[in-house]
Each structure stands twice: as structure tokens, then as C-alpha cells.
Design a protein around this ligand. Structure first.
Ligand code: AMP
Length: 126
């Protein structure tokens, strides 16, 4: 596979070396259940190619980026939350608390959520 990183846990899931509850797969992406769900329905949608974070996405990844977004609705359908609603979140970098450095979108649903991320706090910058 192009750009496989043997030290990356999500690359190893793509290769089947580490077990995961796979929900959906196509030529570009893989979706599986998060091991520590933060919502009643919590899936991760990842590119099969190793790309460390959103900040590493390049023009040549256009098809992969499109596949990630398009997979959200498909996976939401499989999880039964397409109609009730869901959030699709990409943590990128330290401030966002990204902990696995292989792009993954968190697809979260199955309950009412809040917005904004820091209710009651003033926006200090920008
Ligand atoms: P983030 O903090 O945005 O990088 O999210 C990483 C996510 O990966 C967390 O929600 C973890 O629970 C999840 N995770 C880590 N290892 C695994 C695994 N082996 N299988 C499924 N989910 C995992």
C-alpha cells in the first residue's frame, strides 16, 4: 500500500494486523468503531493511506479527501443516525488534542450535543 507506516496503529488496522470493528471500506477509506466511544454512536473514518493530519493534506490527496467526506453520510446511514444527525470532527494538532497521527474523522451521534465547544467562555482571540 502507498505510504503505509508500520509504526502507525491505524495503518495496522487498515492492514488487518490489529483487530477493529470495521463498519465500511472502499478504495480510499476505512471506517471502524472507536475503541473508547464518546457518544452512543462513534466511528472513525480514516484514509487507507498514511497521512498524519489534516495539515499534511496536499492537492494530490483530493480524491482521498473527497472520499472521507462522502463516507460520512454512508457510515451515518449504516449506524442509523443519518436522519437524527451527527457531528464529523477532525482533531488536528496539539490544541485540538489529536492523539493518533493518521487522519481520522470522528463521526459522533445518537444523542443531542452542545455547541459551541466551550459554552460560557468568552472568545479571547478572533
Ligand atoms: P484523536 O484524539 O482525535 O487523535 O482520536 C483518536 C481516537 O482513536 C480516540 O477516540 C481513541 O479512542 C481511538 N482509538 C485509539 N486506538 C484505537 C483502536 N485500536 N481502535 C479503535 N479506536 C482507537
Amino acid at each position: 500500500m502507498e505510504n503505509h507506516n508500520p509504526d502507525c496503529i491505524f495503518c495496522r488496522i487498515v492492514k488487518g494486523e490489529i483487530p477493529a470493528e470495521v463498519i465500511y471500506r472502499n478504495d480510499h477509506v476505512l471506517a471502524f468503531r472507536d475503541i473508547a466511544p464518546a457518544a452512543p454512536s462513534h466511528a472513525l473514518i480514516i484514509p487507507q493511506e498514511h497521512i498524519a493530519s489534516l495539515s499534511e493534506l496536499e492537492e494530490r490527496h483530493r480524491d482521498i479527501a473527497a472520499s472521507l467526506m462522502l463516507a460520512a453520510g454512508t457510515v451515518a446511514d449504516i449506524l442509523g443516525i443519518r436522519e437524527s444527525g451527527y457531528r464529523f470532527v477532525f482533531n488536528s494538532g496539539a490544541d485540538a488534542m489529536q492523539s493518533v497521527f493518521h487522519i481520522h474523522g470522528h463521526l459522533l451521534g445518537g444523542r443531542q450535543m452542545g455547541w459551541p465547544p466551550f459554552p460560557g467562555e468568552a472568545v479571547l482571540h478572533g
